[in-house]
Design a protein around this ligand. Structure first.
Ligand SMILES: [Zn+2]
Length: 407
């Protein structure tokens, strides 16, 4: 089998899938706006949104095209094997060399990410990231990713040497522990990027605490994150597990929403918490880890794969590269459709929870404000929602909330 040709074809298929997604996003600028969300943007603002969406999609397409060219060039010229040849012949250095060279793709797409965050977002008035913060963020993110990838690949290599084919179960276990660990550590990690302060005492905090008490829900803290340092976009989320759990509100949320609207958004988040949605998402992510492990096993035991790219034997770093950028990239959309469908059901249920708390009207007005400040899509096509949206469209949510309010 001509592995090299096949891998290049698969890279192109992955690119084409992303291309189609971007085309669908571009096309949604021509969709008719549903009536219940028609008041979000006035005509000039909507025109501006369409221009914004078009620019974002174009840069995303250009960026993935640049990445594709680099990926194909590196694969076609056996560059990975040649570069790995410069490093000592141990598993650790071999995988490190490959992962290091794959940074080239990151470097090539960096100007596009820069243009996206610093130019486009800035031109439309969302960006508050300073140059220094942007590069520091990119570097921190890159180093964290490289660290995690190196660790995972190294563990994969050890497990395969020790356990052979039995590595699937062990590797899935390791990945799951790691994923849960990251979820657990996320509040700590995000502290490397942002400042957190407790929500000041007052009416809002009393209302939120009353909601928590009513549902017997315990959190360590209600915190405000200084998201406005990076963007004007607003959000709220639960972080951590069990007793260390905290609720994080973006400072931008507090700026833009009325106290009752904040309560509505908070009640929505509490709905997720009460129904243990995060936990369920984590359970489904275990399935994802099993898929990854099976792919890893299939890749490593296909010994004839590696010489096709210039390696003398199995290179675990190269295996992980293929698994993540080709194999999993092809499986993930299929898995994503199912996971997104589940997530959209969770969103509807969390909306119902907030509505039953008496916040239906405030939830609608709050969500409208959020979509407006996030400069979100008000008319996504059903194909785009099916493929790419983990939330229902705003119009769908409002219809469901209004139905619930009439009960
Ligand atoms: Zn939600």
């Amino acid at each position: 089998m001509n592995y090299k040709l096949w891998i290049i074809i698969l890279f192109i298929v992955v690119f084409l899938y992303r291309f189609v997604l971007n085309l669908l996003k571009l096309r949604s600028t021509h969709n008719e706006i549903p009536e219940n969300v028609a008041d979000i943007y006035d005509a000039p603002t909507y025109k501006k949104w369409c221009a914004y969406r078009t620019e974002k999609c174009r840069i995303a397409i250009a960026s993935s095209l640049a990445a594709l060219v680099v990926d194909i060039a590196l694969i076609a010229t056996d560059a990975y094997a040649a570069f790995a040849g410069l490093f000592p012949d141990t598993v650790f250095w071999q995988l490190f060399a490959v992962l290091l060279l794959s940074t080239l793709t990151e470097i090539v797409t960096l100007p596009f990410t820069y243009a996206d965050t610093m130019k486009i977002e800035e031109r439309y008035g969302f960006n508050r990231t300073k140059h220094g913060t942007f590069f520091a963020d990119q570097l921190k993110e890159y180093l964290i990713t490289l660290g995690i990838l190196t660790l995972v690949t190294w563990i994969l290599a050890l497990l395969y040497r020790w356990l052979g084919d039995w590595m699937i179960a062990a590797f899935a276990g390791v990945l799951t522990v790691l994923i849960l660990g990251i979820t657990f550590l996320y509040p700590l990690l995000s502290r490397a990027f942002n400042k957190f302060t407790p929500l000041p005492e007052g009416e809002l905090r009393d209302k939120l605490t009353a909601l928590l008490t009513k549902h017997g829900y315990h959190v360590r803290a209600i915190e405000v994150m200084d998201a406005s340092r990076r963007s004007t976009k607003a959000n709220a989320y639960f972080a951590g597990f069990g007793k260390s759990k905290s609720i994080v509100l973006y400072d931008t949320l507090l700026e833009k929403l009325t106290p009752n609207e904040i309560c509505a958004v908070f009640a929505h988040e509490l709905g997720h918490g009460v129904h243990r949605d995060t936990f369920k998402t984590q359970v489904t992510s275990v399935l994802q880890m099993v898929i990854l492990s099976v792919l890893a096993w299939l890749t490593i035991r296909t010994g004839s794969l590696f010489p096709a790219f210039g390696f003398t034997g199995v290179n675990y770093g190269f295996a992980v590269l293929l698994i993540l950028s080709v194999e999993f990239a092809l499986v993930a959309p299929l898995y994503g459709i199912a996971a997104n469908a589940l997530s959209r059901r969770h969103e509807y249920r969390a909306d119902r929870f907030a509505t039953r708390e008496g916040y239906g009207a405030e939830l609608i007005s709050g969500l409208k404000k959020l979509v407006k400040t996030d400069f979100g899509d008000v008319a996504p096509s059903s194909a785009l929602i099916l493929l790419d949206y983990n939330h229902p469209s705003l119009s769908q949510r409002i219809t469901a909330i209004e139905r619930e309010m009439q009960k």
